[in-house]
Design a protein around this ligand. Structure first.
Ligand SMILES: [Zn+2]
Length: 86
């Protein structure tokens, strides 16, 4: 089952898709115009930073996944050493 924007309700034609994308671009431009001091994410330098956040949502997600992987790795290291000691 395809999961794309084509499946979004209310967006039926290519024209509507174009208008939707245009609205997003216009919104982004407006945000930057309204707030010229808008900071960019220090990691990717691409996405604007949300207030009180240190990273954009993409980079936050990435860091979250990395720290989860790190926890898993440590857990496996401990599990190996406790069982085989004699
Ligand atoms: Zn980022």
């Amino acid at each position: 089952m395809p999961m794309g924007r084509a499946d979004w309700p209310g967006l039926k034609t290519a024209k509507e898709h174009e208008e939707f994308d245009g609205a997003i671009a216009a919104y982004r431009r407006a945000t930057l115009l309204v707030n010229p001091n808008q900071r960019l994410c220090p990691e990717c330098q691409l996405r604007p930073l949300e207030p009180f956040k240190r990273l954009c949502y993409i980079c936050r997600d990435k860091h979250e996944k990395e720290s989860r992987r790190e926890r898993n790795r440590r857990y496996q290291d401990n599990g190996g050493s406790t069982k085989t000691e004699s």
